[in-house]
Design a protein around this ligand. Structure first.
Ligand SMILES: [Zn+2]
Length: 413
C-alpha cells in the first residue's frame, strides 16, 4: 500500500526501499536521529586515524582519489581532505556531457583554488548517445551513463594507478533512506553500485544489435575485476560516517568561502545540489516523477525537515509547487540525442506508472495524487528560523555557448 512518512513525507515506494515503522516514521528519519546522538568528535578522530595509514604510501605521490563533478558535495569533500585531513588527493572527474556554464566554472574553481591535480574522462559522445537511447527505451533512464560512469571511473583509476583509498561524500543508502546505520561504517561495493546506483543494469547487459552497442561502447563502464581490486586493496569510504552531514549548510559555506556557484533548478528549490547539469533536476527528475510519482523535491523537503530546518507545512507547499512542473530542457535533450518529441513521449508512456496516472476525458494524463498523511509526532523544528530561501551566488562571466550542453568548457576562476 502506498503510504508516506508522517515526519519527512517521503513515500514508501522510494526506489531505494524505504521502510515505515509502526509509528509511521520512515527508516531515513530513524537513521537521521542517530546524527543527534553520535559523538562526532570521536568520529572525526576515527577518520584521521583511518586515513593516516594511507598517507605517503603510493608511488604516484597521491594519498587518495576524490571523485568530483562541478557541483554536489565536491567542494566540501576536496576542502575537507586537503585542508583538514592534510592529504594529497588526485581529483577524478567523469564528464556527464550535460554541463551547464555554472558546472564548468565550478570545475575551474576546484582546479585553481585547491592546488590538486585533476584528471577527466570524456567518452566519445556517439557511444554515450547510443547508450542513452538504449537505457531510455529499455529502462526509462536517460541518466544511466552518468551514474554508471561516475561510480566506476574512480574505481578504474584506483586500480590502474594503484591508489587504494577513494573518499566519497554521503552514502545515499544512509543519508536518504536509512538502509544502513552510521554504525555500520558502510563502504563502497560493487553490489550496491549495481543494485541501486545502476538500477540493476551492468554495462554488459547493454550489448545489443538493435541499439548497435558493442563491446567497445560499454568498456568504459565495466567494473574492475575483484582480483584487481583486491590486488591494490581498493577501499571507498564515505565521509558522512565521520562528519555530521548537512548538504545545505555545507553548500552555503562553500559558496561563501570558495564562491561555489548554484543555478536555479526547474523542479526543486535547492539550487546548489546539481548546478552542474541541465538534466538531473529537470528532465531526469521529471521521468522519475512519471515512473515513481515523486521527485527531487521530495528528497530535499525530507532532508530539510529531518535537519529541523523546515516545517511540514512549508514542505507540503514546496512539493505541490515543484513536483508537477514540466521540464525546461526537453528540447535541448532531443536536439542532442536526435529524437522527436513524439518519439520521446511514446517511450515515456511505456514507463508511466499507472498507479499514479490516469487519462482524463480529453485523453490527457492526470496525476492522481496519493494523499499525504500529516500528523505531528513529537518532532520540533529547532532550526526553522535558520531556513531561508536558497539563493544563487553571483555568477562569473562565462562565454561558453549557452544554448547547448557544454562538452568541454574553458571555465574561468
Ligand atoms: Zn521520514
Amino acid at each position: 500500500m502506498l503510504n508516506n512518512c508522517k515526519r519527512c513525507l517521503y513515500p514508501n515506494n522510494h526506489a531505494l526501499n524505504i521502510i515505515i515503522d509502526d509509528e509511521g516514521i520512515c527508516s531515513g528519519c530513524r537513521i537521521h536521529e542517530e546524527k543527534d546522538s553520535i559523538d562526532w568528535n570521536d568520529r572525526w578522530n576515527k577518520l584521521n586515524e583511518l586515513v593516516s595509514s594511507f598517507k605517503n604510501i603510493s608511488d604516484t605521490n597521491y594519498d587518495c582519489i576524490i571523485p568530483i563533478n562541478g557541483s554536489k558535495d565536491s567542494f566540501f569533500i576536496v576542502d575537507t581532505v586537503i585542508n583538514k585531513l592534510k592529504m594529497k588527493p588526485l581529483l577524478v572527474h567523469y564528464n556527464s556531457q550535460f554541463n551547464t556554464p555554472e558546472g564548468v566554472n565550478n570545475l575551474a574553481k576546484i582546479r585553481l583554488q585547491f592546488g590538486a591535480d585533476l584528471i577527466q574522462k570524456t567518452i566519445n559522445p556517439d557511444s554515450v548517445k547510443k547508450i542513452t537511447r538504449a537505457t531510455f527505451r529499455k529502462f526509462g533512464s536517460i541518466y544511466w551513463h552518468v551514474i554508471a560512469g561516475e561510480t566506476v571511473y574512480p574505481v578504474q583509476m584506483a586500480v590502474q594507478l594503484k591508489i587504494p583509498l577513494i573518499i566519497w561524500g554521503a552514502h545515499q543508502g544512509i543519508d536518504q533512506v536509512g538502509m544502513y546505520s552510521h554504525d555500520d561504517y558502510v563502504e563502497m561495493s560493487r553490489k550496491y553500485r549495481k543494485d541501486h546506483d545502476c538500477m540493476g543494469i551492468e554495462a554488459e547487459d547493454l550489448i545489443d544489435e538493435f541499439d548497435n552497442i558493442n563491446e567497445q561502447d560499454i568498456a568504459p563502464f565495466k567494473y574492475p575485476s575483484n582480483r584487481d581490486i583486491e590486488r591494490v586493496g581498493v577501499r571507498g569510504i564515505y565521509l558522512n560516517n565521520y562528519i555530521r552531514w548537512d548538504s545545505r549548510g555545507q553548500h552555503e559555506d562553500m559558496a561563501l568561502r570558495f564562491n561555489y556557484e548554484g543555478r536555479l533548478q526547474t523542479r526543486t528549490f535547492d539550487s546548489f545540489s546539481n548546478s552542474d547539469c541541465y538534466l538531473y533536476s529537470d528532465l531526469h527528475d521529471y521521468i522519475k516523477y512519471i515512473k515513481h510519482g515523486y521527485g527531487k523535491i521530495n528528497d530535499h523537503v525530507a532532508r530539510e525537515i529531518r535537519l529541523g530546518q523546515m516545517t511540514q507545512e512549508v514542505g507540503l507547499d514546496l512539493i505541490e509547487m515543484y513536483l508537477h512542473k514540466e521540464p525546461e530542457y526537453l528540447s535541448l535533450f532531443l536536439d542532442w540525442i536526435g529524437m522527436t518529441e513524439q518519439g520521446f513521449l511514446f517511450v515515456l508512456d511505456l514507463h508511466r506508472n499507472m498507479n499514479f496516472w490516469k487519462r482524463d476525458m480529453n485523453w490527457k494524463w492526470k496525476f492522481s495524487n496519493p494523499s499525504i498523511t500529516v500528523f505531528k509526532d513529537k518532532y520540533d523544528y529547532p532550526f526553522f528560523n535558520k531556513f531561508k530561501k536558497y539563493v544563487n551566488t553571483k555568477h562569473d562571466e562565462n562565454d561558453d555557448f549557452k544554448s547547448k550542453f557544454i562538452l568541454i568548457g574553458r571555465g574561468y576562476k
